[in-house]
Write a new protein. Structure first.
Length: 268
């Protein structure tokens, strides 16, 4: 793997070169295509293991490498988090039921660049309260993205998300956050989905990171199960998450993981 290029800020955040955007776009689009294609398989009676098997095959078919297989001992090509699972759900024999909602999170490596994205799906009919949760979470992500431009801070991103979510009487998970990426899976900064305007490092052109708010219908607290991966809501309330990888441009940002088929939202 090539060494990362570009200088580091005083906060240890890498500023990538203009040419690096193309590599991130290519990796992000592979991840997005995989999430587009798996949508047709999400239905009652399917197992999360079957969805992961399909994703593993698509990663190979598209000439990419899974970033998660072998990562800290993890053995799957995706994380699939159903209903009250907040994140890092492990694919397995669980059979999806009508009305289940699920987040599928995929990270691939293409030519050394990491593409990381997740989105929500529904098996069968979408319950009204789940529909509202998914919509608020989706819109909160884009409230955060709207705050991404040079001169703003990471606190501005978090505040935009938090104020929108809490204004709809839902809660933002604080135990997990977005992260820098590029030629590495995880790097500075931690991208919090809550915060104060003007706080945190200042955004600069060339920063690459994920924004991936997790929103609960109930309280924000989570706990990690005995498998050391699966995080669930403590009060068993439903949880939803959407994730894009972005790069800061001279006047805003580029979304690397836009859905080519326009399927980023489960009801589109």
């Amino acid at each position: 793997m090539d060494e990362p290029r570009g200088r580091l800020t005083k906060d240890g955040i890498r500023l990538h070169e203009p040419a690096d955007f193309a590599g991130m776009h290519k990796a992000g689009q592979v991840a997005a295509v995989i999430l587009d294609r798996v949508a047709a398989l999400v239905e009652p009676g399917t197992t999360t293991e079957a969805l992961d098997d399909f994703i593993r095959e698509e990663v190979a078919h598209l000439g990419a490498e899974s970033a998660t297989i072998g990562y800290r001992g993890y053995q799957h090509a995706s994380c699939i988090s159903v209903n009250h699972v907040v994140c890092h759900g492990i694919p397995g024999a669980k059979v999806l039921k009508d009305g289940d909602i699920l987040n599928i999170d995929v990270t691939v490596i293409v030519d050394g660049w990491y593409g990381d994205t997740s989105r929500m799906y529904v098996a069968g009919s979408l319950p009204r309260k789940a529909e509202r949760l998914i919509q608020i979470t989706h819109d909160a992500l884009f409230k955060g993205i709207e705050a991404v431009r040079p001169g703003n801070t990471f606190g501005d991103i978090g505040h935009a998300i938090q104020s929108y979510v809490e204004g709809h009487r839902m809660s933002v998970v604080r135990d997990f956050c977005g992260h820098g990426l590029g030629r590495v899976f995880h790097a500075p900064p931690n991208v919090l989905h809550y915060g104060r305007p003007g706080s945190g490092p200042r955004l600069e052109e060339g920063m690459f990171f994920t924004i991936e708010p997790m929103v609960n219908l109930g309280r924000p607290e989570t706990k990690v199960l005995a498998d050391d991966w699966t995080a669930v809501t403590r009060d068993k309330s439903l949880s939803a998450q959407f994730e894009h990888s972005v790069g800061v441009t001279a006047d805003g940002c580029e979304l690397f993981t836009l859905s080519p088929a326009g399927k980023f939202h489960p009801t589109w």
